[in-house]
Design a protein around this ligand. Structure first.
Ligand code: F6P
Length: 323
């Protein structure tokens, strides 16, 4: 292993820069040359790369987003696109690549490895959705969840002042990790997550009960699921049933930006080092993650084919904490 590349792909996540920084420092400490591939798989196909030295990563640990930029590139899901990427990898003289991203990134990496005898590929989970199998937490989740909690706290102030019902929609795609943890931490009254059937009757009844026993506000945290904006419809149905006005706030991309929290900087650093060490140990076709406090290397196929379950302990406590 002499020369490696690093790329970020899919949705950006706070802490990705901490991971890039750690990977570069580890590469340099192991006498590896290192380059940054710009804009994820788009840059990999095009061979769009920048040198990554100590200077390039200086003062980046506190920055959100990704200094390498990112993309979601449908061309990588064609064999032709992947063969072009394999040719670029050869031209760039790469022996290994660190890929920081989510399920889609690792799906793409599995396909690339099947199509071409190319550089060694090691992944690092970076996604605010936290839906990647093979790690307890993904880089970016903690920052996004803290952003959602801060929004819930702010909305609680105005909800309480007006005795209002609010629906707050959080990201997370088809997983309820962000909704569940921010719902618990924000003291939400109800939760809508993709892992459970939505019950307008149940939500309405619990909100009615809450106001009856003297609550001054109600907040329902809604996971966007497959249909961002879904909270407007849910709010309309609950409001009609209760004959009670409500407001909707969709947090959207606010949750993806901002400086990474301590947890995301530390996780990004830990996994950035682990990824480069995995490459120097001769590993390929797997994602490094942290499971139960230990480092783990999970085959790419498992990271996107296996469904990561929500934490059952948290699911169990939500209903009675929200009474
Ligand atoms: O996967 C991260 C994520 O932020 C999801 O939570 C969200 O559904 C999606 O990306 C939004 O994607 P885009 O930035 O392409 O609109």
């Amino acid at each position: 292993m002499r020369r490696i590349g690093i790329l970020t792909s899919g949705g950006d996540a706070p802490g990705m820069n901490a991971c890039i920084r750690a990977a570069v420092r580890t590469a340099l400490a192991n006498d590896l040359a290192v380059i940054g591939i710009r804009r994820g798989y788009t840059g990999l196909i095009a061979g769009d790369a920048v040198p990554l030295d100590r200077r390039a990563i200086r003062n980046t640990i506190h920055l959100g987003g990704t200094i390498l930029e990112t993309s979601r590139n449908p061309d990588f899901y064609t064999r032709e696109g992947r063969l072009r990427a394999a040719a670029s990898i050869e031209r760039m003289g790469l022996d290994g690549i660190v890929l920081i991203g989510g399920e889609g990134t690792f799906h793409g990496a599995s396909l690339l490895a099947a199509d071409a005898d190319t550089a060694a590929l090691v992944g690092v989970p970076g996604s605010i959705d936290n839906d990647v199998y093979g790690t307890d937490y993904c880089i970016g989740f903690d920052t996004a969840a803290n952003c959602a909690v801060e929004a819930i706290d702010r909305i609680r102030d105005t909800a309480r002042s007006h005795e209002r019902l609010f629906f707050i929609e959080v990201m997370g795609r088809t997983a309820g990790f962000l909704a569940l943890e921010s719902g618990i931490a924000g003291g939400a009254e109800e939760l809508v997550i993709p892992e459970e059937e939505v019950s307008i009757a149940r939500i309405s009844e619990r909100i009615r009960e809450g106001f009856t026993i003297g609550k001054k506000s109600a907040i329902v945290v809604v996971a966007e699921g497959k249909t961002p904006g879904v909270s407007f419809e849910i709010a309309r149905e609950v409001s009609e049933r209760l004959n009670f006005e409500s407001r909707v706030v969709v947090l959207g991309h606010l949750q993806r930006g901002g400086p990474p929290t301590l947890r995301d900087r530390v996780l990004g650093s830990l996994l950035g080092v682990a990824a480069v060490e995995a490459l120097t140990e001769g590993r390929s076709g797997c994602m490094v993650g942290e499971v139960g406090g230990d480092l783990a290397c999970t085959p790419f196929e498992d990271t996107w084919q296996k469904k990561k379950p929500l934490d059952e302990k948290l699911r169990r406590i939500f209903p009675f904490l929200s009474e």
